[in-house]
Design a protein around this ligand. Structure first.
Ligand code: CA
Length: 239
């Protein structure tokens, strides 16, 4: 069933859109499995172990946001690329604590979908391969091999994207990285789509780390991570 590029689970209740996704994802070398309902999506995600899920938010219940929440609660961290049709759907997706990894807004171009799916699959592969480094900043420690984050020895659950974002910043202590660069490095594409994605994920990482967060904002520039002792006094941090 899967191909060299991996299997993509496409969840979309509009048959012609689903067929279109299948057409160009297959052309790009992916295997494609289509589901049209939330129930079907859950079953397929649990049994087929796809490399990524292209998940329409507006599907017969449970809807896309619920499906992602349920999978995360079950410990299934397959990258999810949400397809949203309206702004209120975008807000729900961004507000989702256990994160979708990315979202695109309808109407979308086949090229954009393929690029995003590819980036999501790359992220999941990277997640499997990992890296055996452990980095500590103040009270926060990340274990890149296990992809675990601990604060004062207590594990904090991170989504794949939140982990990649924190690991990227903590691997480059003291360096301030622009939102655009973070999109390119962490999400894997350099589109102008939305730097809001970065802000939302940084906010989620900070919320999880609380006052132990090493992330610093430089207004108008970007984000960086620094050990607490080395943070510059009188900085322009807006935490
Ligand atoms: Ca739909």
């Amino acid at each position: 069933m899967s191909t060299a590029h991996g299997l993509i689970l496409v969840v979309e209740d509009e048959r012609h859109i689903a067929d279109l996704h299948k057409l160009y994802l297959s052309k790009a070398g992916f295997g494609v499995h289509i589901e049209t309902t939330g129930e079907g999506a859950l079953k397929a995600a649990r049994t087929l172990h796809p490399s990524a899920i292209l998940l329409d938010v507006g599907i017969p219940g449970p809807d896309g946001v619920e499906v992602c929440r349920i999978l995360r609660a079950e410990g299934i961290w397959t990258p999810v690329l949400f397809c949203t049709a309206r702004d209120d759907e975008v807000d729900r997706v961004l507000g989702l604590e256990l994160g979708g990894d990315d979202y695109i807004t309808k109407p979308f171009s086949p090229r954009e979908v393929v690029a995003r799916v590819r980036a999501a699959v790359r992220r999941s592969e990277r997640a499997v391969q990992g890296d055996d480094e452990t980095i500590t900043m103040g009270e926060v420690t990340i274990d890149k091999a296990a992809r675990r984050v601990t604060v004062r020895g207590q594990e904090v659950v991170f989504t794949a994207t939140e982990f990649d974002l924190l690991a990227h910043l903590m691997s480059r202590p003291g360096r301030i990285i622009s939102r655009e660069q973070l999109l390119a490095d962490v999400w894997g594409y350099a589109a102008v789509v939305t730097t809001r994605t970065v802000d939302v994920h940084v906010a989620q990482v900070r919320a999880k780390l609380g006052d132990a967060s090493p992330i610093r904002t430089v207004r108008g520039v970007g984000y960086g991570a620094e050990p607490p002792g080395e943070q510059q006094g009188g900085s322009d941090s807006d935490e």
